[in-house]
Design a protein around this ligand. Structure first.
Ligand code: AMP
Length: 355
């Protein structure tokens, strides 16, 4: 048996019934509903106001029912309705962002995965403690500017889409920079970005074993980020600044990537360390998560961020990825989530995958 994440009272709304997969109509909801439907689970779309029309265009991903709320921030007011529907909330980036990590963690509705992870992910310092203590290489942090030897990135806390991040080619270029809020100064890592989609199951006792369960690699993407990209644009900074153009990292889409096969052991090692440390720190991270890092020319993978739930890059792989196809043809992250809920219920182990 693994670690219990949910109390019996939290899960009482699911007693003797098929769980309904519920999420906010945004981000990766098409994939989540499509995956649940493929596994035969009912689905509930949470929306603000009228149901979004775009679902009509995708009949295989349209939720069975909708729950309309006046404002996402008021989701707490819909808790009894969600419980009476037998809902299991599947968190995704926009869902947690709009509700707020703290408010989300307090909702008295079963949530897929360990909600304790939200506090670790939403605070950049806690996240760094977690990853560093797991032995995961990260970009160097500079408390003292005199230690800066190369390019750096200045990141504001809570900056949406990296808005206002500042890049400096060297220490001198930082001299004219005056921060307008709480921030960190980090080594700007030169290399290639990879966003690696993992899934940790505490139920599966075969495959790539980690803790009591198994670590699966379901896909990989790179984000298209407007209006900055890689080293060559760092070189053009001064001209861009003179032209009044400031770099941002607003995500506008995603492209599929794969890693050199010889680098896969490194990817798994990083994923495994993060899961193992999460088990020690807060009872474990269950379900999908994304390790976001940069592979340098020395083939060192430096992790700048982790997303502890389904990321939108997995939408590339609704009908499978070059990795998930080697587990089961056509397996998406959305379907994998529904499968985990179903299997946990069949084995009487819902408390290990829901919280
Ligand atoms: P974040 O808000 O940490 O997800 O960063 C947003 C974007 O900034 C990332 O997707 C990367 O493109 C870029 N980035 C963040 N940290 C670094 C770093 N240390 N070195 C190079 N690029 C970075």
């Amino acid at each position: 048996m693994g670690i219990t994440l949910a109390s019996p009272s939290r899960l009482a709304s699911l007693d003797g019934r098929v769980p309904t997969v519920a999420t906010l109509c945004s981000h990766s909801s098409l994939q989540i509903f499509h995956g649940a439907r493929s596994e035969g689970l009912p689905t509930l779309g949470i929306c603000v106001g009228a149901p979004p029309r775009f679902y009509d265009a995708f009949p295989l991903a349209r939720p069975d029912r909708f729950l309309s709320v006046p404002n996402v921030k008021e989701l707490a007011g819909a808790v009894s309705r969600l419980r009476s529907e037998g809902a299991v909330l599947v968190p995704h980036g926009s869902f947690v962002e709009y509700v707020g990590a703290e408010a989300f963690a307090e909702l008295d509705v079963p949530v897929f995965g360990n909600r304790a992870v939200l506090a670790w992910e939403s605070d950049r310092r806690k996240e760094r403690d977690w990853l560093e203590s797991a032995g995961v290489p990260m970009p160097q942090l500079f408390e003292d500017r005199s230690e800066i030897r190369g390019p750096v990135i200045v990141k504001y806390y809570g900056a949406k889409g990296g808005k206002g991040f500042f890049l400096a080619k060297n220490r001198e270029a930082l001299e004219d920079f005056h921060a307008t809020g709480p921030h960190v100064i980090q080594e700007y890592v030169l290399g290639t970005r990879y966003y690696i989609h993992f899934f940790y199951s505490p139920l599966v006792d075969r495959g790539y074993r980690v803790g009591h369960g198994s670590l699966e690699l379901l896909g990989m993407d790179r984000r298209d980020e407007a209006n900055i990209d890689e080293l060559y644009k760092l070189g053009a900074q001064e001209e861009l600044f003179r032209a009044g153009i400031r770099p941002t990292f607003v995500v506008t889409g995603n492209v599929p990537v794969i890693l050199r096969e010889s680098l896969l052991p490194k990817a798994f090692e990083v994923g495994a360390r993060i899961v193992e440390r999460s088990i020690e720190l807060f009872g474990g991270m269950v379900g999908p998560f994304c390790v976001e890092g940069i592979m340098t020319e020395d083939l060192e993978f430096k992790v700048f961020e982790i997303s502890t739930r389904i990321v939108a890059g997995t939408n590339l792989f609704i009908s499978g990825s070059p990795y998930s196809d080697l587990i089961e043809p056509g397996l998406s992250t959305g379907r994998r989530i529904a499968r985990e809920i179903k299997q946990a219920q069949a084995q009487g182990r819902l408390a290990e995958v829901l919280s």
